[in-house]
Design a protein around this ligand. Structure first.
Ligand SMILES: CC(C)(COP(=O)(O)OP(=O)(O)OC[C@H]1O[C@@H](n2cnc3c(N)ncnc32)[C@H](O)[C@@H]1OP(=O)(O)O)[C@@H](O)C(=O)NCCC(=O)NCCS
Length: 179
């Protein structure tokens, strides 16, 4: 039975698990977090400008989701990671649903996110999106299990792209959902 709790309720070993998951779940990306960077990223969620929630099975952290209060009515989802051994069993969807309920209570209208492709995950990888980035974005296709398809299933729409955000041919794909 999966329980979703606020980060403040996690003990020190569970925070360590959350950092390990952040390190391992994104290991296929060039923008991966080293173990030390992952610990620093988890610590950022003690700040007043953000919040995070963890999915627990007993004491074990299965995954976690964070949010940055970037606008009065639009918050940035960052990050969302599920332990590789527990992916594809509904944890990521449950974390998004929990975050949406939390955001709605604060009159947030839009959740948005950037999902990087710095590893050849889509057909936008390795090419110059200029001079007409939106035309290329309209023809996006997954190549290697890129999570933009997961977010589409969760009701997010593609709203833009940051060409070369992570280096030449390594865009950040922007998505958003109306709550
Ligand atoms: C992407 C991620 C958060 C999804 O969480 P999850 O718990 O595995 O997802 P769920 O089990 O809730 O999946 C829901 C649906 O999305 C699909 N899905 C999950 N991950 C996917 C991916 N990477 N690409 C395409 N589809 C995916 C599932 O197959 C499922 O589809 P279905 O409902 O048709 O069966 C998780 O796989 C993960 O942590 N990936 C690595 C880190 C990452 O890429 N995070 C996002 C960075 S922006």
């Amino acid at each position: 039975m999966v329980e979703i709790v606020a980060f403040e309720e996690l003990n020190v070993p569970q925070r360590r698990q959350a950092a390990d998951i952040l390190h391992h779940a994104l290991a296929h990306m060039q923008s991966a977090y080293s173990p030390e960077e992952a610990i620093e990223e988890v610590a950022k969620f003690d700040g007043e400008d953000r919040a995070a929630f963890a999915a627990l099975d007993g004491d074990k952290v299965l995954g976690w989701i964070g949010v940055i209060f970037s606008y009065d009515h639009a918050w940035e989802l960052h990050p969302l990671v599920v332990d590789p051994a527990n992916q594809n069993s509904g944890v990521g969807s449950a974390l998004i649903a929990h975050l949406e309920d939390y955001a709605r209570k604060d009159e947030v209208l839009t959740l948005y996110l950037g999902t990087d492709d710095d590893y050849g995950g889509t057909n936008l990888s390795g090419i110059d999106l200029f001079p007409d980035p939106l035309a290329k974005l309209a023809a996006i296709e997954p190549v290697k299990g890129h999570p933009f398809t997961f977010y589409k299933k969760q009701g997010f729409a593609i709203t833009g792209v940051i060409p070369h955000g992570n280096g030449f041919g390594q865009p950040d794909i922007m998505m958003a959902k109306r709550l």
